[in-house]
Write a protein that binds this ligand. Structure first.
Ligand code: HEM
Length: 530
C-alpha cells in the first residue's frame, strides 16, 4: 500500500514538473517567434524608411512610469494640462516628436502639430490609418458600433447612410430651436436691481439646451431635460433639500437627461483611461446605459410602426384599394417629420439595434461638443467687452430687436451675419472640443515633415504606431496664426482662408457631419442673448 501511495506521489510530482517545463518551453518558443517576427518587421520598416529618405524626429525617452504619469495627469490635472504640460513638451521637443518605449526602443506614439502631417494622415493617406480600438470599447455600452467609432468598410457604409440625411432641409430648420432657446432665457431669469441675474452654471444650462434640441432633431420629440431640471429645482426649493442627492437619486426617479449625463461621465472617464477603459464600469453606468437605450427604443418603435403603416398604405393606394375620398382612417398621421431623423434612417436599417446605435452616436457626437462651444463663447465674450459690444450691435443691426425685428432668424440669415461667424470661428479655434486626437497606422507609412535636425525631412511611421495631433496647440501656433495667437480676436478672420492649420471639425473623409448643423446652433443662441 505504502509503495502504491509513494508511486502515485512520484507520478503526480513528475507530471507537475513536466507541465511546468512544457509551459516554460512554450513561453520561450513564443518569445523567440515574437522576437523573430519583430526583427523581420523592423528590418522591413528600416528599409522602407531608407527608401523614402526618412529621418528620425526628435525623440523623448519614455520611462516605465511615464505612461502612468501621463494618465494620472489626464485624470486628475483639471487645470492646465494643455497650457502648461503639453505646451512645454512641444516647446522642448519640437512640433513633431516621438515617444520611445523604454524597453524595446520602439516608437510608441508620434505627436505632431504640423498641418502637412495632419493633412497626410486625415486626407491624403487616410486609408492607411484607423481609429484606435480604445474608442469603440469605451463607448460600446452606450452606443455600440456606428459612424463615430468604426473603421474601414463599416465606417464608410454608416457615413453614407447618415450623410444622406444631413443634407436635408431638416438641418436648416433653425426655427425648431426657438422653444429651447426660450427655455435657456427662462432659466437665466430676469436681471436684478444690481444689473445681474442669479449665478448660473452655464455649462449645465447649455447641456440641457443641446440635449433637448438634439433629441428633437433625432426623434422629433425633445427629451425636455430643461423642464425636468426646472421641476427638480422647484422641488428642491420647496423641500429645502440639500443638493447632495445627485446622480443616483435622479436616475431612479426620472429622466433621459440625467441618465445620459451619467452614461457620458463614465464614457469620458473610460476615454481618459485609454487601454484601461474597462476599469470605469459598474452598476450605475449599466443602469444609465439601459435607460438611455430604452428611451431611444421607444421612439424607434414608433417610427418603425409609422414607416410600416405608411408603406402599407402606399401599397394599398397603388392597388387602388384606398379611394381618395375614403376618409375612414385618414386620421393616421403620416407626416414623417414628426419622428425626426430616425424616420429617415428607418428604411436603411433593418436591424433596430444598429439604428439605435447610430442615433446614439449622433446624439453623443453633437451634444457635448455644441454645449462646450456655447459655454466657451460666453466665457470669452464676458472677458472681452469690446468684442461683445461689437457682436451685439452687429446682431441688432442684422436682425433687429425683439420689439423691433428686422429679419427672421434663418439658417441663411445667420450665415450672412459676418461678425457672428468670426466669433464662432474664433471660439472653436481657441477651444476646439476635440483638443487632442489620434489615429493608428496599420501599414508602414510616411509623414511628410518632422524628421532630421531641421524637422524638414519625412518621418517613417511603423505599422501599429499611434500618431496623435494636438488641435489645441496647432490652433495656437504663432508661425501659423501670427503674433497673439493665444488671444481672442474675432477680427483675425477678416478675409482669412484656412487650410490644415484649422481643424476644429476634423478634416478629410471623416470630417464632422454636424458642422453645418452646429454653426447655426451657436449663432442662434448668441443672437438671442444680444
Ligand atoms: C461645435 C460642435 C462640434 C464640433 C467642434 C465637432 C467636432 C468633431 C470632430 C473633431 C470630429 C472628428 C472626431 C474623430 O473622428 O476623431 C467630429 C466627427 C463627427 N461629428 Fe462633430 N462636432 C460638432 C458638432 C456635431 C454635431 C452637432 C453633430 C451631429 C448632430 C456631429 C456629428 C459628427 C459625426 C457623425 C462625426 C463622425 C464623422 C465620421 O467619422 O465620419 N458633430 N466632430
Amino acid at each position: 500500500m505504502d509503495v502504491l501511495v509513494s508511486a502515485r506521489r512520484w507520478t503526480d510530482s513528475s507530471l507537475w514538473t513536466i507541465s511546468c517545463i512544457l509551459i516554460c518551453l512554450a513561453c520561450i518558443v513564443f518569445k523567440i517567434v515574437r522576437k523573430a517576427q519583430w526583427t523581420r518587421l523592423d528590418r522591413e520598416f528600416r528599409s522602407f524608411a531608407a527608401s523614402r529618405k526618412c529621418a528620425l524626429p526628435s525623440t523623448v525617452q519614455g520611462s516605465l512610469l511615464s505612461g502612468t504619469r501621463h494618465k494620472w495627469k489626464r485624470l486628475y490635472d483639471r487645470g492646465d494640462m494643455f497650457n502648461d504640460y503639453m505646451h512645454s513638451v512641444f516647446h522642448k521637443n519640437g512640433p513633431t516628436h516621438a515617444i520611445v518605449e523604454p524597453t524595446s526602443g520602439d516608437t510608441k506614439t508620434i505627436y505632431t502639430i504640423e498641418p502637412e502631417n495632419i493633412k497626410t494622415m486625415l486626407h491624403t493617406n487616410f486609408s492607411e490609418y484607423h481609429r484606435s480600438r480604445n474608442m469603440p470599447n469605451a463607448l460600446d455600452p452606450v452606443m455600440g458600433q456606428g459612424v463615430f467609432t468604426s473603421n474601414g468598410e463599416a465606417w464608410a457604409h454608416s457615413r453614407r447612410l447618415v450623410k444622406a440625411q444631413f443634407s436635408t432641409q431638416r438641418v436648416r430648420n433653425v426655427a425648431k430651436l426657438e422653444p429651447y432657446v426660450q427655455n435657456v432665457f427662462n432659466e437665466v431669469g430676469n436681471v436684478g436691481k444690481d444689473g445681474w441675474t442669479e449665478p448660473l452654471e452655464l455649462l449645465l444650462t447649455f447641456n440641457r439646451f443641446t440635449l433637448d434640441s438634439a433629441t428633437e432633431f433625432m426623434f422629433g420629440t425633445s427629451a425636455e431635460s430643461h423642464r425636468a431640471a426646472m421641476r427638480e429645482k422647484e422641488m428642491f426649493i420647496a423641500t429645502k433639500k440639500k443638493r447632495g442627492v445627485r446622480a443616483k437619486y435622479h436616475l431612479v426617479m426620472t429622466d433621459f437627461g440625467t441618465a445620459f449625463d451619467i452614461a457620458l461621465d463614465y464614457v469620458a472617464l473610460r476615454l481618459k483611461l485609454g487601454r484601461w477603459w474597462f476599469l470605469a464600469d459598474g452598476f450605475w453606468f449599466r443602469i444609465a446605459c439601459y435607460k438611455v437605450k430604452s428611451y431611444a427604443d421607444t421612439y424607434i418603435r414608433e417610427a418603425v410602426a409609422h414607416a410600416d403603416e405608411a408603406a402599407k398604405r402606399a401599397q394599398e393606394k397603388e392597388k387602388g384599394a384606398v379611394a381618395r375620398d375614403v376618409g375612414s382612417d385618414e386620421t393616421v398621421d403620416l407626416d414623417d417629420r414628426r419622428y425626426g431623423l430616425i424616420s429617415e434612417l428607418v428604411g436603411s436599417y433593418p436591424d433596430k439595434v444598429a439604428l439605435r446605435n447610430q442615433v446614439m452616436q449622433l446624439l453623443v457626437a453633437g451634444r457635448d461638443t455644441t454645449a462646450a462651444t456655447l459655454t466657451w463663447s460666453f466665457i470669452l465674450l464676458e472677458a472681452h467687452p469690446t468684442e461683445f459690444n461689437r457682436l451685439r450691435s452687429d446682431i441688432i443691426e442684422h436682425f433687429g430687436t425683439e420689439s423691433d425685428p428686422r429679419r427672421s432668424v434663418t439658417f441663411e440669415n445667420l450665415k450672412s451675419c459676418v461678425y457672428l461667424q468670426w466669433v464662432v470661428a474664433e471660439v472653436v479655434r481657441l477651444y476646439p472640443t476635440g483638443p487632442l486626437n489620434a489615429r493608428k497606422a496599420f501599414v508602414n507609412t510616411v509623414l511628410p515633415v518632422g524628421g532630421g535636425a531641421d524637422g524638414k525631412s519625412p518621418v517613417a511611421v511603423k505599422a501599429g504606431t499611434t500618431v496623435a495631433y494636438n488641435t489645441y496647440l496647432l490652433h495656437r501656433r504663432d508661425e501659423l496664426w501670427g503674433e497673439g495667437s493665444w488671444d481672442f480676436k474675432p477680427e483675425r478672420w477678416e478675409g482669412r482662408k484656412t487650410g490644415w492649420e484649422y481643424i476644429p471639425f476634423h478634416g478629410g473623409p471623416q470630417t464632422c457631419l454636424g458642422r453645418k448643423f452646429e454653426f447655426p446652433n451657436s449663432r442662434e443662441m448668441a443672437d438671442g442673448f444680444s
